[in-house]
Design a protein around this ligand. Sequence first.
Ligand code: SER
Length: 586
Amino acid sequence: MNSFDTRKAFLDFFVSKGHKEVKASSLIPTDESVLFTTAGMQQFKPYFLGEKSPYGNMVTTCQKCMRTSDIDNVGDVNHLTFFEMLGNFTFGQYFKKEAIQYAYEFLIDTLKLPKDRIWITYFKGDKDVEKDEESIKIWKELGISEDRMIGFSREDNFWGPTGNEGPCGPTTEIHYDLTGINCSLGDKCLPNCSCKRYVEIWNLVFNEFYQDKGKKLTPLKQNGVDTGMGLERLCMALQGKTILFETDLFDGIIKEIEKVSGKKYEDFQSSFRIIADHLKSAMFLIEAGILPGKNDREYILRRILRRAIRHAKNIGLKDFNSILEKIFDIYEDIYPEIIAGKERIISVIDEEKLKFEKTLEKGLKEFEKLSFINSEKAFYLYESYGFPIELTIELAKEKNINVDLKEFDDLQKKHQEISRAGAQKKFGGLGIDIVLDEKDRKEMTKLHTATHLLHQALRQILGEEVKQMGSDINPERLRFDFSFKRKLEKEELEKIENLINEKIKEGLEMKKEEMKYEDAIKSGALAFFKEKYPEIVNVYSIGNFSKEICAGPHVDNISELKCVKILKEEAVGVGVRRIKIKLNNC
Ligand code: SER
Protein backbone atom coordinates (compact mmCIF):
# COMPACT_ATOMS: atom_id res chain seq x y z
CA MET A 1 0.00 0.00 0.00
CA ASN A 2 1.45 3.41 -0.88
CA SER A 3 1.81 6.24 1.59
CA PHE A 4 -1.10 8.24 0.20
CA ASP A 5 -3.52 5.34 0.67
CA THR A 6 -2.06 4.51 4.08
CA ARG A 7 -2.58 8.02 5.37
CA LYS A 8 -6.12 8.01 4.05
CA ALA A 9 -6.90 4.54 5.42
CA PHE A 10 -5.85 5.68 8.88
CA LEU A 11 -7.94 8.85 8.91
CA ASP A 12 -10.95 7.07 7.35
CA PHE A 13 -10.70 4.30 9.94
CA PHE A 14 -10.87 6.71 12.87
CA VAL A 15 -13.54 8.85 11.25
CA SER A 16 -15.59 5.65 10.89
CA LYS A 17 -15.13 5.19 14.65
CA GLY A 18 -16.63 8.60 15.35
CA HIS A 19 -13.47 10.77 15.42
CA LYS A 20 -13.33 14.18 13.81
CA GLU A 21 -10.53 14.71 11.32
CA VAL A 22 -8.60 17.86 12.26
CA LYS A 23 -6.08 19.68 10.05
CA ALA A 24 -2.40 19.43 10.94
CA SER A 25 -1.15 22.42 12.92
CA SER A 26 1.85 24.51 11.88
CA LEU A 27 5.39 23.28 12.49
CA ILE A 28 5.72 26.32 14.73
CA PRO A 29 3.77 25.22 17.78
CA THR A 30 1.32 27.17 19.88
CA ASP A 31 3.14 25.75 22.89
CA GLU A 32 5.97 28.25 23.08
CA SER A 33 8.15 26.17 25.37
CA VAL A 34 9.19 23.99 22.42
CA LEU A 35 10.81 25.04 19.16
CA PHE A 36 8.83 22.85 16.79
CA THR A 37 5.76 20.70 16.60
CA THR A 38 7.12 17.29 17.50
CA ALA A 39 3.93 15.32 18.10
CA GLY A 40 0.30 15.22 17.05
CA MET A 41 -0.96 15.86 20.57
CA GLN A 42 0.58 19.30 20.91
CA GLN A 43 -2.29 21.23 19.38
CA PHE A 44 -4.66 19.41 21.76
CA LYS A 45 -2.73 19.92 24.97
CA PRO A 46 -5.37 22.13 26.64
CA TYR A 47 -8.15 19.60 25.99
CA PHE A 48 -6.26 16.86 27.79
CA LEU A 49 -6.22 19.24 30.73
CA GLY A 50 -9.99 19.61 30.73
CA GLU A 51 -10.60 22.61 28.53
CA LYS A 52 -13.55 22.08 26.18
CA SER A 53 -12.43 20.92 22.74
CA PRO A 54 -14.05 22.73 19.81
CA TYR A 55 -13.70 19.52 17.77
CA GLY A 56 -15.49 17.21 20.19
CA ASN A 57 -13.86 14.58 22.36
CA MET A 58 -12.46 12.26 19.71
CA VAL A 59 -10.17 13.53 16.99
CA THR A 60 -7.73 12.20 14.44
CA THR A 61 -4.90 13.88 12.54
CA CYS A 62 -1.97 13.41 10.26
CA GLN A 63 0.51 15.86 11.78
CA LYS A 64 3.67 17.17 10.13
CA CYS A 65 6.42 17.04 12.75
CA MET A 66 10.01 18.14 13.10
CA ARG A 67 12.39 16.56 15.62
CA THR A 68 15.86 17.99 15.89
CA SER A 69 17.22 15.59 18.49
CA ASP A 70 18.25 13.19 15.75
CA ILE A 71 19.80 15.53 13.21
CA ASP A 72 23.20 13.97 13.56
CA ASN A 73 21.81 10.47 13.09
CA VAL A 74 20.12 11.29 9.80
CA GLY A 75 22.04 9.36 7.21
CA ASP A 76 21.54 5.96 8.80
CA VAL A 77 18.64 3.67 7.89
CA ASN A 78 15.86 5.02 10.06
CA HIS A 79 16.36 8.55 11.34
CA LEU A 80 14.55 11.58 9.99
CA THR A 81 14.07 15.17 11.04
CA PHE A 82 10.77 15.73 9.21
CA PHE A 83 8.11 13.07 9.50
CA GLU A 84 4.35 12.66 9.64
CA MET A 85 2.56 11.34 12.67
CA LEU A 86 -0.81 9.65 12.41
CA GLY A 87 -2.80 9.93 15.60
CA ASN A 88 -6.11 9.36 17.31
CA PHE A 89 -6.88 11.28 20.47
CA THR A 90 -9.61 11.38 23.04
CA PHE A 91 -10.22 13.76 25.87
CA GLY A 92 -12.10 11.65 28.37
CA GLN A 93 -14.27 9.66 25.95
CA TYR A 94 -12.49 6.29 25.94
CA PHE A 95 -9.39 4.77 27.46
CA LYS A 96 -7.09 1.76 27.27
CA LYS A 97 -9.55 -0.89 26.09
CA GLU A 98 -10.87 0.95 23.05
CA ALA A 99 -7.51 2.49 22.18
CA ILE A 100 -5.82 -0.90 22.07
CA GLN A 101 -8.72 -2.54 20.27
CA TYR A 102 -8.74 0.18 17.59
CA ALA A 103 -5.00 -0.14 17.08
CA TYR A 104 -5.25 -3.91 16.73
CA GLU A 105 -8.21 -3.71 14.37
CA PHE A 106 -6.54 -1.12 12.15
CA LEU A 107 -3.21 -2.90 11.83
CA ILE A 108 -4.35 -6.50 11.66
CA ASP A 109 -7.86 -6.38 10.17
CA THR A 110 -7.67 -3.28 7.98
CA LEU A 111 -4.05 -3.17 6.89
CA LYS A 112 -3.55 -6.94 7.21
CA LEU A 113 -0.13 -6.73 8.79
CA PRO A 114 0.91 -10.26 9.83
CA LYS A 115 0.11 -10.75 13.49
CA ASP A 116 3.20 -12.88 14.06
CA ARG A 117 5.41 -9.88 13.33
CA ILE A 118 3.82 -7.75 16.05
CA TRP A 119 5.43 -7.24 19.45
CA ILE A 120 4.09 -5.22 22.35
CA THR A 121 5.85 -3.23 25.03
CA TYR A 122 4.23 -1.86 28.18
CA PHE A 123 5.18 0.14 31.28
CA LYS A 124 6.63 -2.18 33.89
CA GLY A 125 6.04 0.17 36.84
CA ASP A 126 8.27 2.09 39.25
CA LYS A 127 8.03 3.73 42.67
CA ASP A 128 5.56 6.40 41.47
CA VAL A 129 3.42 4.68 38.85
CA GLU A 130 2.29 1.09 38.97
CA LYS A 131 2.77 -1.60 36.33
CA ASP A 132 0.27 -1.39 33.46
CA GLU A 133 -1.51 -4.72 34.07
CA GLU A 134 -4.63 -3.49 32.34
CA SER A 135 -2.95 -3.09 28.94
CA ILE A 136 -1.39 -6.54 29.23
CA LYS A 137 -4.82 -8.02 29.89
CA ILE A 138 -6.42 -6.25 26.93
CA TRP A 139 -3.67 -7.36 24.53
CA LYS A 140 -4.03 -10.93 25.80
CA GLU A 141 -7.76 -10.87 25.15
CA LEU A 142 -6.97 -9.87 21.58
CA GLY A 143 -4.82 -12.94 21.20
CA ILE A 144 -1.33 -11.54 21.71
CA SER A 145 0.61 -14.09 23.71
CA GLU A 146 2.48 -12.99 26.79
CA ASP A 147 5.85 -13.98 25.37
CA ARG A 148 5.31 -11.29 22.74
CA MET A 149 5.00 -8.60 25.41
CA ILE A 150 7.88 -6.94 27.20
CA GLY A 151 7.86 -4.45 30.07
CA PHE A 152 10.11 -1.41 29.98
CA SER A 153 10.79 1.45 32.36
CA ARG A 154 10.07 5.19 32.22
CA GLU A 155 12.64 5.85 29.58
CA ASP A 156 10.89 3.72 26.97
CA ASN A 157 7.28 3.33 28.06
CA PHE A 158 6.19 6.58 29.62
CA TRP A 159 5.51 9.64 27.50
CA GLY A 160 5.47 13.37 27.99
CA PRO A 161 5.11 16.07 28.77
CA THR A 162 6.15 18.17 25.80
CA GLY A 163 7.79 21.39 26.98
CA ASN A 164 8.08 22.18 30.67
CA GLU A 165 4.83 20.73 31.93
CA GLY A 166 1.65 19.04 30.78
CA PRO A 167 -0.19 15.76 30.38
CA CYS A 168 1.77 12.51 30.41
CA GLY A 169 1.39 8.85 31.22
CA PRO A 170 2.38 5.22 30.63
CA THR A 171 2.45 3.88 27.10
CA THR A 172 2.00 0.65 25.30
CA GLU A 173 3.90 0.45 22.04
CA ILE A 174 3.48 -1.68 18.99
CA HIS A 175 6.72 -2.86 17.41
CA TYR A 176 7.07 -4.58 14.07
CA ASP A 177 9.64 -7.25 13.33
CA LEU A 178 11.08 -6.23 9.96
CA THR A 179 13.44 -9.12 9.30
CA GLY A 180 12.72 -12.00 11.68
CA ILE A 181 16.48 -12.46 12.01
CA ASN A 182 18.37 -12.35 15.32
CA CYS A 183 21.38 -10.11 15.56
CA SER A 184 24.55 -11.18 17.39
CA LEU A 185 22.59 -11.00 20.67
CA GLY A 186 20.75 -14.18 19.72
CA ASP A 187 17.52 -14.67 21.71
CA LYS A 188 18.11 -11.38 23.45
CA CYS A 189 17.44 -9.58 20.17
CA LEU A 190 14.06 -8.13 21.17
CA PRO A 191 12.10 -4.88 20.58
CA ASN A 192 14.20 -1.79 21.35
CA CYS A 193 17.32 -3.75 20.31
CA SER A 194 19.83 -1.42 18.71
CA CYS A 195 20.21 -3.67 15.66
CA LYS A 196 17.17 -2.18 13.89
CA ARG A 197 15.46 -5.52 13.39
CA TYR A 198 12.34 -4.10 15.04
CA VAL A 199 10.72 -0.77 14.43
CA GLU A 200 8.36 0.92 16.85
CA ILE A 201 5.39 1.81 14.72
CA TRP A 202 2.72 3.02 17.11
CA ASN A 203 2.85 4.59 20.51
CA LEU A 204 -0.36 4.56 22.56
CA VAL A 205 -0.09 7.02 25.42
CA PHE A 206 -2.50 6.91 28.32
CA ASN A 207 -2.55 10.38 29.73
CA GLU A 208 -3.37 9.89 33.37
CA PHE A 209 -1.08 12.47 34.95
CA TYR A 210 -0.11 16.08 34.91
CA GLN A 211 3.60 16.70 35.37
CA ASP A 212 4.43 20.14 36.72
CA LYS A 213 7.63 22.16 36.29
CA GLY A 214 9.10 20.42 39.36
CA LYS A 215 8.43 17.03 37.71
CA LYS A 216 5.73 16.18 40.25
CA LEU A 217 2.92 13.95 38.96
CA THR A 218 -0.72 14.51 39.89
CA PRO A 219 -3.66 12.53 38.46
CA LEU A 220 -5.58 14.33 35.71
CA LYS A 221 -9.30 14.99 36.23
CA GLN A 222 -10.07 13.00 33.09
CA ASN A 223 -8.09 10.24 31.39
CA GLY A 224 -6.97 10.86 27.85
CA VAL A 225 -5.54 8.87 24.98
CA ASP A 226 -2.85 10.23 22.68
CA THR A 227 -1.52 7.94 20.02
CA GLY A 228 1.20 8.51 17.47
CA MET A 229 2.20 6.33 14.58
CA GLY A 230 5.08 7.30 12.32
CA LEU A 231 3.72 7.22 8.77
CA GLU A 232 7.17 6.59 7.30
CA ARG A 233 7.74 3.63 9.60
CA LEU A 234 4.31 2.16 8.97
CA CYS A 235 5.00 2.44 5.24
CA MET A 236 8.25 0.61 5.77
CA ALA A 237 6.34 -2.31 7.33
CA LEU A 238 3.58 -2.26 4.71
CA GLN A 239 5.93 -1.94 1.76
CA GLY A 240 8.25 -4.68 3.01
CA LYS A 241 11.29 -2.40 3.38
CA THR A 242 13.93 -2.37 6.08
CA ILE A 243 15.12 1.14 5.30
CA LEU A 244 12.91 4.23 5.52
CA PHE A 245 14.49 5.79 2.47
CA GLU A 246 13.31 2.93 0.29
CA THR A 247 9.61 3.64 0.87
CA ASP A 248 7.62 5.67 -1.64
CA LEU A 249 8.00 8.71 0.62
CA PHE A 250 11.67 8.85 -0.43
CA ASP A 251 12.20 6.55 -3.36
CA GLY A 252 11.43 9.14 -6.06
CA ILE A 253 13.67 11.70 -4.35
CA ILE A 254 16.59 9.29 -4.12
CA LYS A 255 16.21 8.32 -7.79
CA GLU A 256 16.17 11.97 -8.79
CA ILE A 257 19.36 12.62 -6.81
CA GLU A 258 20.95 9.71 -8.70
CA LYS A 259 19.80 11.18 -11.99
CA VAL A 260 20.99 14.71 -11.35
CA SER A 261 24.27 13.83 -9.64
CA GLY A 262 25.17 10.90 -11.86
CA LYS A 263 26.20 8.99 -8.72
CA LYS A 264 24.81 5.74 -7.37
CA TYR A 265 22.78 5.71 -4.14
CA GLU A 266 24.52 2.56 -2.95
CA ASP A 267 27.92 4.28 -3.10
CA PHE A 268 26.86 7.40 -1.17
CA GLN A 269 23.89 6.28 0.92
CA SER A 270 24.47 8.63 3.80
CA SER A 271 24.80 11.78 1.66
CA PHE A 272 21.73 10.83 -0.38
CA ARG A 273 19.66 10.33 2.76
CA ILE A 274 20.84 13.55 4.34
CA ILE A 275 20.01 15.55 1.22
CA ALA A 276 16.56 13.97 0.90
CA ASP A 277 15.58 14.40 4.55
CA HIS A 278 17.07 17.84 5.05
CA LEU A 279 15.57 19.34 1.91
CA LYS A 280 12.18 18.05 2.99
CA SER A 281 12.51 19.62 6.44
CA ALA A 282 13.83 22.85 4.97
CA MET A 283 10.83 23.10 2.67
CA PHE A 284 8.36 22.71 5.49
CA LEU A 285 10.24 25.06 7.81
CA ILE A 286 10.38 27.78 5.16
CA GLU A 287 6.69 27.25 4.44
CA ALA A 288 6.00 27.84 8.13
CA GLY A 289 7.64 31.27 7.81
CA ILE A 290 11.18 30.55 9.00
CA LEU A 291 14.21 31.97 7.21
CA PRO A 292 17.81 30.80 7.64
CA GLY A 293 19.52 32.80 10.38
CA LYS A 294 21.53 32.76 13.56
CA ASN A 295 19.08 32.03 16.35
CA ASP A 296 16.80 29.20 17.42
CA ARG A 297 14.56 27.99 14.61
CA GLU A 298 16.39 30.04 12.02
CA TYR A 299 19.64 28.43 13.01
CA ILE A 300 18.19 24.93 12.77
CA LEU A 301 17.04 25.73 9.25
CA ARG A 302 20.44 27.13 8.31
CA ARG A 303 22.15 24.11 9.83
CA ILE A 304 20.12 21.51 7.92
CA LEU A 305 20.30 23.44 4.68
CA ARG A 306 24.03 23.87 4.92
CA ARG A 307 24.51 20.23 5.78
CA ALA A 308 22.46 19.24 2.73
CA ILE A 309 24.53 21.60 0.59
CA ARG A 310 27.79 20.17 1.83
CA HIS A 311 26.63 16.62 1.10
CA ALA A 312 25.41 17.73 -2.30
CA LYS A 313 28.93 18.98 -2.94
CA ASN A 314 30.26 15.58 -1.85
CA ILE A 315 28.37 13.83 -4.62
CA GLY A 316 28.79 16.54 -7.22
CA LEU A 317 25.14 17.56 -7.08
CA LYS A 318 24.81 21.12 -8.30
CA ASP A 319 21.12 21.75 -8.73
CA PHE A 320 18.35 21.10 -6.22
CA ASN A 321 15.42 22.18 -8.39
CA SER A 322 14.22 18.89 -9.81
CA ILE A 323 14.73 17.23 -6.41
CA LEU A 324 12.56 19.85 -4.76
CA GLU A 325 9.93 19.22 -7.45
CA LYS A 326 9.84 15.55 -6.43
CA ILE A 327 9.24 16.55 -2.82
CA PHE A 328 6.47 18.95 -3.82
CA ASP A 329 4.89 16.10 -5.83
CA ILE A 330 4.77 13.85 -2.77
CA TYR A 331 3.09 16.41 -0.51
CA GLU A 332 1.12 18.80 -2.68
CA ASP A 333 -2.22 17.07 -2.22
CA ILE A 334 -1.75 16.62 1.50
CA TYR A 335 -0.34 20.02 2.45
CA PRO A 336 -1.52 22.54 -0.17
CA GLU A 337 0.19 25.27 1.84
CA ILE A 338 3.58 24.17 0.55
CA ILE A 339 2.42 24.73 -3.01
CA ALA A 340 1.14 28.20 -2.10
CA GLY A 341 4.62 28.99 -0.80
CA LYS A 342 6.49 27.13 -3.55
CA GLU A 343 8.32 29.97 -5.28
CA ARG A 344 9.36 31.49 -1.99
CA ILE A 345 10.59 28.13 -0.67
CA ILE A 346 12.69 27.54 -3.78
CA SER A 347 14.20 31.02 -3.75
CA VAL A 348 15.10 30.86 -0.04
CA ILE A 349 16.86 27.53 -0.60
CA ASP A 350 18.64 28.84 -3.73
CA GLU A 351 19.81 31.95 -1.98
CA GLU A 352 21.15 30.08 1.04
CA LYS A 353 22.88 27.66 -1.30
CA LEU A 354 24.61 30.45 -3.18
CA LYS A 355 25.60 32.20 0.00
CA PHE A 356 26.99 29.07 1.60
CA GLU A 357 28.77 27.80 -1.48
CA LYS A 358 30.66 31.07 -1.70
CA THR A 359 31.88 30.91 1.87
CA LEU A 360 32.25 27.15 1.98
CA GLU A 361 35.14 27.13 -0.37
CA LYS A 362 37.04 29.79 1.56
CA GLY A 363 36.13 28.15 4.86
CA LEU A 364 37.23 24.69 3.78
CA LYS A 365 40.60 26.12 2.76
CA GLU A 366 40.83 27.80 6.15
CA PHE A 367 39.87 24.57 7.87
CA GLU A 368 42.58 22.66 6.06
CA LYS A 369 45.14 25.19 7.27
CA LEU A 370 44.29 24.55 10.93
CA SER A 371 46.48 21.99 12.59
CA PHE A 372 44.03 21.47 15.44
CA ILE A 373 40.47 22.51 16.28
CA ASN A 374 39.47 23.92 19.60
CA SER A 375 36.19 25.61 20.37
CA GLU A 376 37.59 29.06 19.65
CA LYS A 377 38.68 28.01 16.21
CA ALA A 378 35.33 26.31 15.64
CA PHE A 379 33.65 29.54 16.65
CA TYR A 380 35.89 31.50 14.30
CA LEU A 381 34.80 29.23 11.42
CA TYR A 382 31.19 29.72 12.46
CA GLU A 383 31.43 33.47 12.69
CA SER A 384 33.61 34.14 9.67
CA TYR A 385 32.49 31.44 7.27
CA GLY A 386 29.04 30.49 8.52
CA PHE A 387 30.25 26.96 9.28
CA PRO A 388 27.63 25.39 11.53
CA ILE A 389 29.41 23.82 14.50
CA GLU A 390 28.06 20.42 13.47
CA LEU A 391 29.84 20.76 10.16
CA THR A 392 33.10 21.56 11.90
CA ILE A 393 32.58 18.52 14.11
CA GLU A 394 31.91 16.33 11.08
CA LEU A 395 35.02 17.62 9.36
CA ALA A 396 37.06 17.32 12.54
CA LYS A 397 35.85 13.74 13.00
CA GLU A 398 37.21 12.92 9.58
CA LYS A 399 40.54 14.07 11.00
CA ASN A 400 39.96 12.29 14.33
CA ILE A 401 39.77 15.51 16.34
CA ASN A 402 37.26 16.23 19.11
CA VAL A 403 35.65 19.64 19.55
CA ASP A 404 34.49 20.69 23.00
CA LEU A 405 30.83 21.56 22.50
CA LYS A 406 30.27 23.10 25.92
CA GLU A 407 32.86 25.79 25.39
CA PHE A 408 31.52 26.47 21.92
CA ASP A 409 28.02 26.90 23.35
CA ASP A 410 29.29 29.46 25.85
CA LEU A 411 30.97 31.44 23.10
CA GLN A 412 27.87 31.29 20.97
CA LYS A 413 25.62 32.38 23.81
CA LYS A 414 27.83 35.32 24.55
CA HIS A 415 27.73 36.26 20.91
CA GLN A 416 23.94 35.92 20.72
CA GLU A 417 23.49 38.14 23.74
CA ILE A 418 25.57 40.82 22.10
CA SER A 419 23.71 40.60 18.81
CA ARG A 420 20.33 40.46 20.52
CA ALA A 421 21.10 43.60 22.47
CA GLY A 422 22.13 45.22 19.19
CA ALA A 423 18.97 44.07 17.46
CA GLN A 424 16.81 45.43 20.24
CA LYS A 425 18.40 48.81 19.95
CA LYS A 426 18.02 48.76 16.23
CA PHE A 427 14.54 47.38 15.84
CA GLY A 428 12.85 48.28 19.09
CA GLY A 429 9.17 48.99 18.51
CA LEU A 430 7.08 51.03 20.86
CA GLY A 431 8.50 49.22 23.83
CA ILE A 432 11.85 51.01 23.56
CA ASP A 433 13.15 52.78 26.52
CA ILE A 434 13.51 56.30 25.26
CA VAL A 435 11.64 59.37 26.34
CA LEU A 436 9.31 60.57 23.63
CA ASP A 437 7.41 63.80 23.60
CA GLU A 438 3.63 63.50 23.55
CA LYS A 439 3.28 64.36 19.85
CA ASP A 440 5.80 61.75 18.72
CA ARG A 441 4.25 59.15 20.94
CA LYS A 442 0.85 59.76 19.35
CA GLU A 443 2.28 59.49 15.84
CA MET A 444 4.00 56.23 16.70
CA THR A 445 0.81 54.81 18.18
CA LYS A 446 -1.01 55.61 14.94
CA LEU A 447 1.73 54.00 12.89
CA HIS A 448 1.54 50.98 15.11
CA THR A 449 -2.14 50.66 14.27
CA ALA A 450 -1.22 51.12 10.61
CA THR A 451 0.95 48.01 10.91
CA HIS A 452 -2.16 45.91 11.45
CA LEU A 453 -3.99 47.53 8.56
CA LEU A 454 -1.05 47.05 6.24
CA HIS A 455 -0.52 43.44 7.29
CA GLN A 456 -4.13 42.54 6.56
CA ALA A 457 -4.29 44.55 3.33
CA LEU A 458 -1.18 42.75 2.06
CA ARG A 459 -2.70 39.39 2.84
CA GLN A 460 -5.95 40.32 1.19
CA ILE A 461 -4.38 41.64 -2.01
CA LEU A 462 -1.34 39.35 -2.33
CA GLY A 463 -2.45 36.18 -0.57
CA GLU A 464 -2.16 34.48 2.76
CA GLU A 465 1.46 33.48 2.26
CA VAL A 466 2.29 37.03 3.36
CA LYS A 467 3.59 36.89 6.90
CA GLN A 468 4.95 39.74 8.95
CA MET A 469 8.69 39.34 9.43
CA GLY A 470 9.42 42.54 11.34
CA SER A 471 8.64 46.21 11.72
CA ASP A 472 10.28 49.42 12.78
CA ILE A 473 8.53 52.61 13.71
CA ASN A 474 9.73 56.15 14.24
CA PRO A 475 7.51 59.24 14.47
CA GLU A 476 7.88 59.85 10.73
CA ARG A 477 7.26 56.49 9.16
CA LEU A 478 6.56 52.78 9.49
CA ARG A 479 8.87 50.21 7.97
CA PHE A 480 7.23 46.83 7.54
CA ASP A 481 8.97 43.59 6.45
CA PHE A 482 7.00 40.63 5.18
CA SER A 483 7.45 37.38 3.33
CA PHE A 484 6.67 37.57 -0.34
CA LYS A 485 8.46 36.16 -3.33
CA ARG A 486 8.58 39.00 -5.85
CA LYS A 487 8.46 42.72 -6.43
CA LEU A 488 5.01 44.22 -6.07
CA GLU A 489 3.31 45.69 -9.14
CA LYS A 490 2.37 49.36 -9.12
CA GLU A 491 -1.31 48.41 -9.32
CA GLU A 492 -0.95 46.11 -6.33
CA LEU A 493 0.59 48.88 -4.28
CA GLU A 494 -2.27 51.15 -5.27
CA LYS A 495 -4.83 48.53 -4.31
CA ILE A 496 -3.16 48.04 -0.93
CA GLU A 497 -3.04 51.76 -0.24
CA ASN A 498 -6.66 52.23 -1.36
CA LEU A 499 -7.89 49.35 0.75
CA ILE A 500 -6.26 50.79 3.88
CA ASN A 501 -7.61 54.25 3.17
CA GLU A 502 -11.12 52.88 2.61
CA LYS A 503 -10.97 51.20 5.99
CA ILE A 504 -9.74 54.41 7.61
CA LYS A 505 -12.70 56.23 6.06
CA GLU A 506 -15.11 53.65 7.42
CA GLY A 507 -13.94 54.80 10.84
CA LEU A 508 -13.75 51.32 12.34
CA GLU A 509 -13.06 50.92 16.02
CA MET A 510 -9.99 49.19 17.36
CA LYS A 511 -11.28 46.63 19.84
CA LYS A 512 -9.12 44.99 22.48
CA GLU A 513 -9.85 41.61 24.10
CA GLU A 514 -7.88 39.51 26.52
CA MET A 515 -7.76 35.79 25.93
CA LYS A 516 -5.65 32.66 26.09
CA TYR A 517 -2.99 32.45 23.42
CA GLU A 518 -4.39 29.16 22.08
CA ASP A 519 -7.89 30.60 21.86
CA ALA A 520 -6.58 33.66 20.09
CA ILE A 521 -4.90 31.51 17.45
CA LYS A 522 -7.99 29.40 17.08
CA SER A 523 -10.16 32.45 16.61
CA GLY A 524 -8.00 33.30 13.60
CA ALA A 525 -5.90 36.05 15.18
CA LEU A 526 -2.58 36.58 13.44
CA ALA A 527 0.54 36.10 15.52
CA PHE A 528 4.06 37.15 14.86
CA PHE A 529 5.75 33.78 14.91
CA LYS A 530 9.12 34.95 16.15
CA GLU A 531 7.55 36.35 19.30
CA LYS A 532 7.37 34.47 22.59
CA TYR A 533 3.83 35.12 23.79
CA PRO A 534 2.56 34.86 27.35
CA GLU A 535 -0.32 32.53 28.19
CA ILE A 536 -2.86 35.36 28.21
CA VAL A 537 -2.59 37.78 25.31
CA ASN A 538 -4.28 40.91 24.01
CA VAL A 539 -6.07 40.55 20.72
CA TYR A 540 -6.76 43.72 18.75
CA SER A 541 -9.50 43.66 16.08
CA ILE A 542 -10.38 46.30 13.52
CA GLY A 543 -14.02 45.51 12.68
CA ASN A 544 -14.06 42.25 10.73
CA PHE A 545 -11.05 43.37 8.77
CA SER A 546 -8.11 42.52 10.98
CA LYS A 547 -7.38 40.52 14.11
CA GLU A 548 -3.92 40.25 15.62
CA ILE A 549 -2.25 39.33 18.86
CA CYS A 550 -0.41 42.43 19.98
CA ALA A 551 0.69 44.21 23.10
CA GLY A 552 -0.50 47.59 21.83
CA PRO A 553 -0.84 50.51 22.30
CA HIS A 554 -3.25 51.50 19.54
CA VAL A 555 -5.63 54.30 18.63
CA ASP A 556 -9.28 53.86 19.63
CA ASN A 557 -10.68 54.52 16.19
CA ILE A 558 -8.72 54.11 12.98
CA SER A 559 -10.15 57.33 11.55
CA GLU A 560 -7.42 59.01 13.65
CA LEU A 561 -4.92 57.82 11.06
CA LYS A 562 -6.50 60.18 8.48
CA CYS A 563 -4.74 58.58 5.53
CA VAL A 564 -1.83 56.33 4.63
CA LYS A 565 0.70 56.73 1.85
CA ILE A 566 3.11 54.04 0.62
CA LEU A 567 6.52 55.63 0.18
CA LYS A 568 8.55 52.70 -1.05
CA GLU A 569 8.58 48.96 -1.72
CA GLU A 570 11.84 47.04 -1.96
CA ALA A 571 13.57 43.70 -1.34
CA VAL A 572 15.46 43.17 1.90
CA GLY A 573 16.48 39.57 1.42
CA VAL A 574 15.35 36.61 -0.46
CA GLY A 575 11.61 36.17 -0.17
CA VAL A 576 11.36 39.19 2.11
CA ARG A 577 10.00 42.58 1.00
CA ARG A 578 9.87 45.89 2.80
CA ILE A 579 7.24 48.61 2.59
CA LYS A 580 7.58 52.07 4.07
CA ILE A 581 4.51 54.15 4.76
CA LYS A 582 3.71 57.50 6.27
CA LEU A 583 0.52 59.08 7.55
CA ASN A 584 -1.44 62.32 7.13
CA ASN A 585 0.10 64.14 4.16
CA CYS A 586 -1.34 62.13 1.35
N1 SER B 1 2.79 11.81 21.91
C1 SER B 1 3.23 10.48 21.61
C2 SER B 1 4.45 10.47 20.72
O1 SER B 1 4.81 11.49 20.21
C3 SER B 1 2.12 9.69 20.96
O2 SER B 1 1.45 10.47 20.03
O3 SER B 1 5.04 9.45 20.54
